[in-house]
Design a protein around this ligand. Sequence first.
Ligand SMILES: [Zn+2]
Length: 282
Amino acid sequence: MDWEFINLETDFEAGTQAPTSYEKSFHIIISDDEILTIDGVHPWRPLDQDEWRWLPLESIADHYLGQVGGIPIFTHEVDSNADNPDGHEFDNLWSLLNQVEQPVFYLVGRAKQIVEWHRNHHFCGKCGEVTDSSDQDRSRKCRACGEVFYPRLSPSIIVLVTRGEELLLAKNAHSRGNFYSTLAGFVEPGESIEETVHREVFEEVGIRVKNLKYFASQSWPFPNSLMLGFHAEYDSGELVLQEEEIADANWFHYTDLPTHPTGVSISGWLIQSFLEKMERAH
Ligand SMILES: [Zn+2]
């Protein structure tokens, strides 16, 4: 089956144990967190087995990701200083974000995070000895003390706070440009994600919220977040901004929004779903 006929949403089956024999395969090549692309091929696709075999790049580590439409797919880490091979270019994940369908982006994000996890866990973080990959699951185990390391995920919440027909949007202190988005923050040890929503909103903009509604989640591999999206309603308080994090925050009527995220990110989905609700109501 050719890549363009594959529907990743239904045809991808994750796995950790590669089949012993196969005739076709797909390959995602990663160098220093950048993904190998083929010049002139849009949207992005992985290499097939022949394209990978003849490429003048040597794999440092191979990882089996699973099967797509019955065809095994691998990711390969190559030298972080590797030059672009003829007709190819290493590109960062951001550049794929707007180019490929969401499931393809998730698959490439998965590959990048697995390569990064493997690269960062050759040695045990507890005792410093060498670790080995498990053949049972996606983990590495220390030869000396037995500590086990799984790919790290950092759950974070992202929340659209609304008040009647208004949306609370904020400008991040660390980003350039006049871009407003929803509030977000990492879950801390010991917290439920609902507690994170209340704490982050209060810390960043000084208000209390109520009626939290879980919306959806999104894998966000920059570098290893899992975004858990919520809608919440304003409850009480005045806007008091946390200056280190928030350059500006304000209530915007749904018909008069500043530049804000669109389709590819969960903040865009949260905003879109509220706008649709408002439009249905009018
Ligand atoms: Zn150890």
